[in-house]
Design a protein around this ligand. Structure first.
Ligand code: F6R
Length: 250
């Protein structure tokens, strides 16, 4: 595990974007695993800037998003499909038929999950999985609990997660109670996992996930077992890991 701490979130984003751009230069048909939420917005901004400067192309790449809310149409501004369109896909040259996001509107979400797994299997291994982490340790929408799933599945969102995400909706009741999420198996099989976190609000969970026991009560702790995990933190998110093994300040 390699943990780099940057003095600002802008630098975290720039470094994550650089890792993705480097991968695409080496392997133009790379398979990317992408995340949503607040944290990666700066990464996508940096990638769009690089694309506009002609430094990176996604033309031959494919991308799989981690998750989608159940019941939100892609046009709903809080759907992850809309988020990806706004922050990345409308701005770059990645062919939309290779930008996969689970369909939260599918009548049969179990069948949708299986179909997503088949697409992931066909694509082979994810070359790089970008991840954020929830305050409760979730990765994707793999919530803390007695067990975790390897494959894509339907998940009931915890009240904590619904509460955290209610900032984007008018009312807490509007936050969907279910989602479809890639399972932890796909993340663990990715060739490279890049975990990003920012702000003091994430400091405790960052320490717990990276230095605490490996437990399904903190799904992010599984990442300690990943053979190639790069963690990029700003100073706030790194507050509780200062001086711990593998943590370097850039
Ligand atoms: C997003 C996702 C979530 C977020 C996590 C952190 O696709 O799967 O695991 O990464 O909830 O969200 P932010 O970045 O908003 O703090």
């Amino acid at each position: 595990m390699n943990i780099s701490v940057f003095s600002s979130n802008k630098e975290v984003s720039a470094r994550a974007a650089e890792l993705i751009a480097e991968l695409l230069r080496e392997k133009p048909d790379a398979v990317l695993g992408l995340a949503t939420g607040d944290t990666p917005i700066g990464v996508y901004e940096a990638l769009v800037e690089r694309f506009k400067r002609g430094e990176v192309s996604f033309r031959q790449a494919s991308a799989f998003n981690l998750d989608e809310y159940a019941g939100l149409p892609p046009e709903h501004e809080q759907s992850y499909a809309a988020y990806m369109a706004k922050h990345l896909l409308n701005e770059i040259d990645l062919p939309l038929d290779r930008a996969y996001i689970p369909n939260g509107l599918a009548a049969d979400l179990e069948a949708e999950s299986k179909a997503y797994d088949r697409l992931l299997e066909q694509a082979g291994q994810l070359d790089l999985q970008l991840l954020g982490i929830g305050h409760n340790g979730h990765i994707g929408f793999n919530e803390p609990g007695p067990h975790l799933h390897a494959g894509t599945h339907v998940v009931a969102l915890t009240e904590e997660t619904r509460d955290a995400n209610s900032r984007y909706f008018d009312h807490l009741e509007d936050v969907p109670s279910q989602a479809v999420t890639m399972g932890v198996g796909w993340m663990m099989k990715a060739k490279h996992v890049v975990l990003i976190a920012r702000g003091e609000g994430k400091a405790a969970v960052v320490k717990e996930a990276l230095f605490g026991p490996i437990t399904t009560s903190c799904p992010g702790s599984l990442l300690q077992l990943h053979p190639r995990l790069t963690v990029l933190l700003d100073e706030g998110a790194a507050r509780d890991v200062q001086g711990l093994p593998g943590v370097r300040y850039l």
